[in-house]
Design a protein around this ligand. Sequence first.
Ligand SMILES: N[C@@H](CCC(=O)N[C@@H](CS)C(=O)NCC(=O)O)C(=O)O
Length: 236
Amino acid sequence: MKLYSYFRSSASYRVRIALNLKGLTYETVPVHLLKHGGEQLSESYRALNPDALVPAFVDDDADVTLTQSLAIIEYLEETFPQPPLLPAEAADRAYVRSLALTIACEIHPLNNLRVLRYLVKDLGLSEEQKNGWYRHWCEKGLAALEVMVARDGRTGRFCFGDAPTLADCVLVPQIANAQRLDADAHAHQRQLPRARRVHQRVSREAAGRRVRRAGLSARRRRRLPGAVPRGRRFPA
Ligand SMILES: N[C@@H](CCC(=O)N[C@@H](CS)C(=O)NCC(=O)O)C(=O)O
């Protein structure tokens, strides 16, 4: 399995979390969103994803090529059901998906690189105005998510219950992104106690797996999720 990914891409990060939680081995093919005028815009990458966005996912064994992080995670869920990232009951599954979509549809697209660039380059907004735009949609969306998880009896150590689900795969990169891009992130995230706790727990869970992987031989580690083969870069 190959994941075409950029290390700072939150949509790619969602899939990396899912692959790691499921303990799956995959190869990372880096697509640098800034270098060489944006490798996602190259003809060869657009042959893979005409929308010129990462991630893209290829399962050679099954002859499957997918785009859209949530579709990729759903494919992984159906193909490798353990550990499950969606609950057993239909209503609960829909609820978990609604949390994930609150971020993936209502926050992330408004704050994507190409949207922010359009605001500055085509509409003439200043850097300050652009950052204000980012903060506005990020704060509004995360505040809504906080209310959703704070009022729901199904919230546990994670967004749903006591094990990570699809919702956590989407929440963690969004919080990480806010912390990286928004100078006021730490201030406004004090208003998001539950979302922040989930972020810390999922990060710790992934860290635990990394530590366990470190006990393996170098050859086995090179085949593990997240391993970047030396010298490999997209377009190959
Ligand atoms: N809805 C898509 C979003 C993909 C997306 O927006 N990817 C961003 C990185 S997080 C990207 O490739 N941006 C490149 C650009 O804006 O030019 C998904 O979930 O996969």
